[in-house]
Design a protein. Structure first.
Length: 265
């Protein structure tokens, strides 16, 4: 069932008209919250992409992330992409070669790729740092966008690229550009739910904005888990669990008959 969720044609029609919102989510609870909040696009990686996640995502357009490095051949990507779409995905994220992107596109699978800082390929651009800060680097980002267009992609994440560069590229491409720290000249603003909710472990990128402090609550809940498990262990060791109310009763006559039966067994 498609519900009333947006299509590729809808996203293209909105290009340049308003900023779309996009979140990377990991759980059905996050997906359902995003849907209830009216978020336009969700990114969900393949291992957690299930019918339950599709149901939770409601009317959100979902980009299913195909895992670069775990998938290798064109056939690997084709099988994974067809499965993702069959489960209700609206597009597939693919950071593989232009040849693989073109093959997926030839099958009618909407493909979203990546330009700028690409984490899985960051060694080529100097590590986890901004891309496009020189004229040569910015032109290379534009060249990659043109290549994705030619390969048949519908969009690209554009990550940590100067806002002015992004804006100029967005005016010159039909791709739907999804900005992760690349400014409002793109077509959508993209954040990770864990950053929005404030429970990121380790480095938090400059473009992340925290709206709630879930970390403190999750830490509190973890301590409560530990305390509850410790109390359970203590009850078992001291004979306080299980109590009579936790056990299944049997009538005395039935138990006596059972014991008699054991003698004959």
């Amino acid at each position: 069932m498609r519900h009333n969720r947006r299509t590729v044609a809808d996203l293209r029609a909105l290009k340049g008209r308003r900023q779309l919102t996009m979140l990377f989510v990991d759980t059905p609870e996050e997906a359902a919250a995003a849907s209830a909040a009216g978020i336009d696009i969700l990114s969900i990686i393949d291992p957690v992409w299930t019918p339950a996640m599709r149901e939770a995502a409601g009317d959100c357009f979902v980009q299913v992330g195909l895992l670069y490095g775990e998938l290798c051949t064109t056939e690997d990507y084709l099988r994974a992409a067809h499965k993702a779409i069959r489960l209700g995905g609206d597009a597939c994220y693919c950071a593989a070669s232009l040849e693989i992107i073109a093959r997926l596109a030839a099958e009618g699978i909407p493909v979203i790729s990546h330009v700028g800082l690409i984490p899985s390929k960051a060694t080529w651009t100097g590590g986890f740092r901004a891309v496009g800060k020189t004229a040569q680097s910015a032109l290379e980002v534009f060249r990659q966008v043109r290549q994705l267009e030619a390969a048949g992609a519908i969009g690209a994440e554009i990550e940590v690229v100067p806002a002015r560069v992004t804006a100029e590229i967005a005016r010159r491409t039909s791709l739907i550009l999804l900005s992760m720290g690349a400014g409002t000249g793109a077509d959508a603003q993209y954040l990770f739910a864990e950053d929005v909710l404030g429970y990121t472990r380790g480095h938090r990128p400059r473009h992340a904005k925290v709206y709630r402090n879930f970390r403190a609550e999750l830490d509190r809940l973890q301590q409560e888990r530990i305390a509850a498990f410790r109390e359970f262990r203590r009850d078992v060791e001291t004979g306080h669990y299980p109590e009579e109310r936790h056990l299944v009763p049997i009538e005395d006559a039935e138990f006596a008959a059972f014991l008699e039966g054991l003698h004959d067994a």
